[in-house]
Design a protein around this ligand. Structure first.
Ligand code: GLA
Length: 312
């Protein structure tokens, strides 16, 4: 698993790393802002990564191209009972983009420090570390996808039982992530506030949670039944609910999403991840992606599903 992280490590510290690891970012097909409500989510690990090279040391020293850094790694090491490390991180995963680069950093670190961990355990440890490092009460979806995703599949996770079911992802459909151009750190967003409102049962927030969980079930059935058009329609419904009921979209994001809906070969699109900027997920028929990338007029990343860092 050699990568630029190796080179960074040697340049920075003048010695060879003792451990190496990598973890993928994720997309979320559907099931937004329901993980912390014990709902169903359907993310997939994708082929954009954070790579780490590390070695035990007397004090922490981190060189990172990835988002988050020493605070995250310290929090994770504390959870695992590991001592200080020298770590170099390289990434092909844009930070602040909505593809969970911070979860990937933590999952990669867990894989490097404790490769024998069970994937579920690793995901939970990384969630706790992220909550402690940032104060943002994130759910467990991103860490699960990065740890336990499987190539060729989406991962249907029941966040109340932590049961996982792998759902084959069709080759005819492409995952295209579109950059809204708005970078943000979750700590600077009303993420915690939305979570509290949902937990308190505020009517609009509760309606989103309830309808979104239903959409996850329908999307999964459509995916299994090969009904790609229905998958696309459900993305549009999800976007409207996130925009109007959960209120995590922005006018700039809405404009890109609506542009995407009108492009031939685009099955559907919606804001992805926490929201408040970040990125947009579009599902595009294979063969239509080049025209889509031109028509959308914003930077895009075409992703393929990938194995998680703890994939069995
Ligand atoms: C962020 C969090 C996840 C989840 C999403 C919204 O990515 O880390 O736990 O809550 O937002 O679905």
């Amino acid at each position: 698993m050699k990568s630029d992280a190796d080179e960074l490590f040697r340049e920075a510290f003048g010695v060879e790393p003792r451990w190496r690891s990598r973890a993928p970012g994720r997309v979320n097909l559907i099931g937004e802002h329901v993980d912390y409500m014990g709902g169903l989510v359907l993310p997939a690990a994708v082929d954009r990564y954070v790579w780490l090279a590390g070695a035990p040391a007397h004090r922490w020293e981190v060189r990172s191209e990835a988002s988050g850094g020493e605070d995250y790694l310290r929090a994770l090491a504390a959870e695992l009972g590991a001592g200080p490390q020298r770590v170099a991180a390289a990434a092909s995963l844009p930070a602040g983009f909505g593809m969970s680069s911070s979860a990937a950093l933590l999952v990669a670190a867990a894989a490097g420090l404790e490769p024998e961990l069970d994937g579920r355990e690793a995901a939970l440890v990384c969630q706790r570390a992220e909550q402690k490092a940032t104060g943002v009460m994130v759910g467990v979806m991103d860490q699960f996808a990065s740890a336990m995703g499987r190539r060729g599949h989406a991962l249907l996770l029941d966040c109340s039982t932590l049961d996982v079911r792998y759902v084959p992802f069709p080759a005819e459909m492409l995952i295209v992530v579109v950059d809204s151009g708005v970078r943000r750190e979750l700590a600077d967003t009303p993420y915690n506030q939305r979570r509290r409102e949902a937990e308190a049962g505020m009517p609009k927030r509760a309606r989103h949670v309830e309808t979104e969980i239903e959409r996850v079930k329908r999307f999964t059935a459509a995916l299994e039944g090969g009904d790609r058009r229905r998958c696309g329609e459900l993305l549009k419904e999800s976007h409207r609910s996130l925009r109007d009921d959960f209120e995590v979209s922005t006018p700039a994001v809405d404009a890109i999403v609506e542009r995407a809906w009108a492009i031939p070969g685009c099955l559907g699109a919606r804001i992805m991840g926490a929201g408040f900027g970040g990125s947009i997920l579009a599902l595009v028929e294979r063969g239509a992606e080049a025209a889509f990338e031109v028509a959308i007029g914003a930077p895009t990343v075409v992703c393929a599903t990938a194995d998680g860092a703890f994939a069995a």
